[in-house]
Design a protein around this ligand. Structure first.
Ligand code: DGT
Ligand code: CA
Ligand code: CA
Ligand code: ZN
Length: 619
């Protein structure tokens, strides 16, 4: 399906128009089309063939014609014409975090900057050279230039890495493909993907099979449609690269070593180094083939078939992959390990949990009991056509019901988000009534729908609606959207102040970052979380893999401060409900158990929490 490719054409056209100072409406319309195409569960080719393109919400007749043109010619004449008016390097400048169309346009038209390398050189020439003349441009200035330089460095550190959600799709595809090949007993993604990191360098897949099947597996891997080029091909390791440049390493490991290989290739490297040191202290040797007892020049294999066995051999409980970052998990696993033995001696069987995102061995005893996708009972941040979502209240509710959810909150944008069609007071009041009308029906089939809002936290920490209006809502998510390059100190004050509003239930995507390109706010998160704790406000993990905000380490701070986490998808369409899993991996990286996550609670407990908050705030 060519949806992503076509969507990119429209995104690029919107960028070009912005650089050419065209009017805002056309730009918004083009971005809306891009989004609609990207989110459509149906392939654009199919929709085009059936003549159904302009039936997709957000796509009008002229956009439909342009899509047809692209599918036929591989380009859109009008967009190519726009492109011919802007040097291609200027679009790359626009990719730099903190550089919006306005700045890129100024740098280009007044500073003559037509590429990233040129921009970097000019800024690096420093204040003495007035930054190659750029500092004098009105609306640019020295401070902004230095911020750009910092972001350029940040960008190159992330370059070559892809987002978790993108790697996940590729990984899932390869795992299920490899599992169909003769002789393959198991195929599991390891590395940073299994650990659920927010960006992924390359994809490491461990395949459990006899080495005698290795060559056939290598052939099959190289033949996969996603394998645009083959880097190396052999019976124990094959590496391929996708057209977008993502490397996939496939390793074949015999059954007796599969656990050791999973452990080794899952990493992290820092975690593995610590494990190896522990092994050495016990007179053991550990590698990707197994754990060995070394004595008198002889080696005896004592573990390797399962990961749990590998950890047990060094005296540790099995550690969930998301925790393997050398952040104290090894000590915790050592504490948990003897507890299991004691329990067993008392005749109690430790609780067995189902496999987590990537756990290979269904028999694995998970003493950490981190939150899992199946613990989730609802989603408390989503948008409808009332603001910038693609579906109605009813459609979102039906999807929630289909997924077995017990509750949702409809949270459209507030008035300052005019470009997202945010609701003014009168429209919000009508919208609340509309939500309550749907809710009245939905509750009959067991779905609780809360009438909410995602209200903007303005730059000074005040909220985008008056208190008496907020009081009419069942659920308030407060999020920063604008002024995201604010300095740390005002950003901290801003977020702290927002938690003090008694109507706020949860703080949404607290930094506003976009992975990996936009840093967003960098507040003193300890202070923000402390304020949330004091004011009984939950903190969101925005599960969309472009955001993952709170990030892992901040989620862990919230868990430690006993601030409930709320894992939300911020869905703008039905397929966005799938993003929940990325919020789960982030929560697990923050060591969260189900009890730490508010939307694993039964509806009754959630309602009780809301009620207690209200009475504590005295309204
Ligand atoms: P990435 O691909 O940059 O997102 O990160 P990883 O963690 O997937 O790293 P990668 O692909 O270089 O290697 C996969 C795993 O293999 C890594 O997490 C741990 C293991 N590994 C790689 N190199 C070493 C090493 O030199 N020593 C040890 N102990 N393990 C290694
Ligand atoms: Ca990797
Ligand atoms: Ca690798
Ligand atoms: Zn939202």
């Amino acid at each position: 399906m060519k949806n992503a490719e076509v969507a990119k054409q429209f995104e690029r056209a919107a960028d070009l128009l912005a650089l050419l100072d065209e009017n805002g409406f056309r730009i918004i319309a083009l971005r809306k089309v891009a989004r609609a195409i990207e989110e459509s569960p149906e392939a654009v080719e199919k929709l085009a063939e059936a003549g159904k393109l302009d039936g997709v919400p957000g796509i009008g007749k002229s956009s439909a014609e342009r899509i047809q043109e692209y599918l036929k010619n591989g380009k859109i004449a009008e967009f190519e014409d726009l492109a011919s008016q802007v040097p291609s390097g200027v679009l790359e400048v626009l990719r730099i975090p903190s550089v919006g169309p306005k700045t890129a346009s100024l740098l280009w038209r007044e500073g003559g900057v037509t590429g990233v390398a040129e921009l970097k050189a000019k800024i690096e020439s420093g204040a003495a050279g007035k930054f190659g003349g750029l500092a004098a441009i009105k609306g640019v200035g020295e401070k902004k230039l230095l911020k750009i330089l910092e972001n350029l460095t940040h960008l190159s550190a992330a370059s070559g890495r892809i987002r978790l959600g993108e790697a996940w799709t590729i990984g899932e595809e390869f795992m299920s493909y490899l599992r169909t090949i003769k002789g393959v007993k198991q195929a599991i993604c390891c590395g940073s993907l299994r650990r659920g990191k927010e960006t992924i360098g390359d994809i490491d897949i461990a395949v459990c099979a006899a080495l005698s099947d290795g060559l056939a597996i290598a052939e099959a891997t190289a033949k996969h449609p996603l394998a645009a080029s083959v880097i190396q091909k052999g019976e124990s390791k094959t590496s391929v690269r996708t057209a977008e440049g993502v490397q996939i390493d496939v390793r074949v490991i015999p059954e007796e070593s599969f656990g050791a290989a999973l452990q080794y290739f899952t990493g992290s490297k820092e975690h593995n180094v610590k494990i190896r040191e522990m092994a050495v202290k016990k007179g053991l040797k550990i590698n990707e083939w197994g754990v060995y007892r070394v004595s008198g020049g002889k080696e005896e294999k004592i573990a390797g078939e399962t990961e749990e066995g590998v950890y047990a051999a060094v005296g540790l409980a099995w550690i969930p992959p998301e925790m393997r970052e050398d952040r104290g998990e090894i000590q915790k696993a050592a504490e948990l390990f003897p507890a299991e033995k004691t329990q067993n001696e008392k005749g109690k069987t430790p609780k067995r949990k189902g496999a987590s995102a990537g756990a290979a061995d269904k028999q694995t005893v998970d003493h950490f009991e981190l939150v899992e996708l199946k613990d989730i009972r609802g989603d408390l941040h989503m948008h409808t056509t009332a603001s910038d979502g693609g579906c109605s209240i009813e459609e979102m509710a039906a999807e929630a019901k289909r997924r077995g959810y017990e509750y949702i909150a409809i949270t459209d944008h507030s008035k300052s988000q005019f470009q997202a069609n945010g609701l003014k007071a009168d429209r919000l009041i009508e919208h609340i009534q509309a939500i309550h009308a749907v809710a009245k029906e939905a509750i009959k089939s067991g779905l609780l729908i809360l009438a909410g809002s995602e209200v903007d936290i303005l730059a000074d920490g005040s909220l985008d609606y008056e208190d008496d209006l907020l009081a009419k809502l069942d659920w308030v998510v407060a999020s920063p959207h604008a002024a995201l390059s604010q300095e740390a100190e005002p950003a901290t004050e801003r977020l702290v102040r927002a938690t003090a509003n008694p109507h706020v239930c949860v703080m949404g995507h607290p930094t506003g970052r976009i992975v990996p390109s936009r840093r967003g706010l960098e507040p003193d998160m300890a202070k923000v979380i402390f304020a949330a704790a004091r004011n009984g406000v939950a903190m969101e993990i925005n599960a969309n893999y472009h955001r993952l905000d709170l990030r892992d380490v901040h989620a862990r701070m919230a868990v430690e401060a006993k601030v409930p986490l709320c894992i939300d998808t911020d869905a703008h369409g039905l397929s966005d409900f799938d993003q929940m899993r990325f919020g789960i991996t982030t929560a697990r990286r923050g060591w969260a158990t189900a009890a730490d996550v508010l939307n694993t609670w039964p509806a009754e407990k959630l309602k009780k929490w809301l009620k207690e908050r209200k009475s504590a705030a005295g309204w």
